[in-house]
Design a protein around this ligand. Structure first.
Ligand code: ATR
Length: 271
């Protein structure tokens, strides 16, 4: 049987095994997909062992995406740009590294939410790995502007410099004096994971502003509550999770699984 997996730490709550098993079943492909709790200092050894034992590929979640980048022998363009890999595939004995987080995010916006980023004013909150993973894909859709706002301003500046050749991107502060009003606000911070209260200046949004949290479940509640309080449309990152998984599945099996309402409701019950 074909062997796939997901490496992470922690890994217990990962929904990837459920998603990939569902995809495989729906396409009549026999495969196993196991969650692997990676040891913090032994990623390379354990990843190598999985492939030596017949593994054909695996996903990588926190905190191993940069380790996976170093582990890959050949890297896709987007992996090179972000310096992070969430999908390893073994092809002809060569270890390939790709990153489907950004493509999954854009697909969720376009295919599921039916939201076009082109010519929109976008705000990304946060400047960690999650933000970095989607910024190049957002810029390639040609928004009219992309601002990055982060608690530690210098990190937002580093990211905006890093991606300045991809489009119009700047770092801003919460108390920016300029009049800023966004069409789409993306939360890529871990504020919700820590269950902290969320707040944004009133001038950042208007009544049509759409809010998107890259996390889901309880972790998305802080931003969701803020969006609801301000009567704004809100989406969580479950669609992104599904779309990035479908893109990984395609890399491995060259078949695109359908993301069904049934699968969404199975996952929603797990949250
Ligand atoms: P990830 O890889 O998931 O992006 P990360 O690299 O730890 O995780 O990034 C978390 C992001 O959430 C950072 O942008 C962080 O801001 P700092 O760069 O200032 O640390 C942001 N963040 C975390 N807790 C926050 C809080 N209480 N208020 C505002 N931003 C917060």
């Amino acid at each position: 049987m074909k062997k796939y997996a997901v490496f992470g730490n922690p890994i217990k709550h990962s929904m990837s095994p459920l998603i990939h098993s569902y995809f495989a079943k729906s396409l009549n492909i026999e495969l196993s997909y196991e969650p692997i709790l990676g040891s913090l200092d032994k990623f390379e050894t354990e990843a190598e062992k999985f492939l030596k034992n017949g593994g054909l590929g695996f996903n990588i979640t926190l905190p191993f995406k940069q380790d996976a980048f170093n582990f890959a022998e050949i890297k896709s363009d987007i992996a090179m740009i972000t310096g992070s890999v969430n999908t390893i595939s073994l092809k002809g004995g060569v270890i390939h590294g790709d990153n489907t987080d950004g493509s999954g995010f854009i697909k969720d916006l376009k295919n599921n939410i039916k939201y076009e980023v082109t010519n929109k004013k976008i705000l990304i909150l946060g400047a960690g790995g999650a933000a970095m993973g989607v910024i190049p894909n957002v810029l390639s859709e040609e928004p009219s502007e992309l601002k990055i706002c982060n608690r530690t301003f210098s990190k937002a500046q580093i990211l905006s410099k890093k991606f300045s050749s991809f489009g119009d991107v700047d770092a801003i502060t919460m108390d920016s004096q300029k009049k800023l009003q966004f069409d789409l606000i993306i939360n890529a911070t871990s504020i919700g994971i820590n269950n902290l209260k969320f707040d944004l200046p009133n001038n950042f949004f208007k009544k049509e502003t759409v809010c998107y949290d890259m996390s889901y479940g309880k972790a998305a509640n802080s931003f969701m509550n803020w969006a609801k309080k301000n009567n704004l449309k809100f989406y969580n990152g479950l669609g992104m999770l599904l779309e990035q998984a479908a893109d990984s599945f395609y890399i491995w099996e060259q078949k695109r699984p359908l993301i069904t309402d049934e699968l969404r409701s199975i996952l929603n019950k797990q949250l």
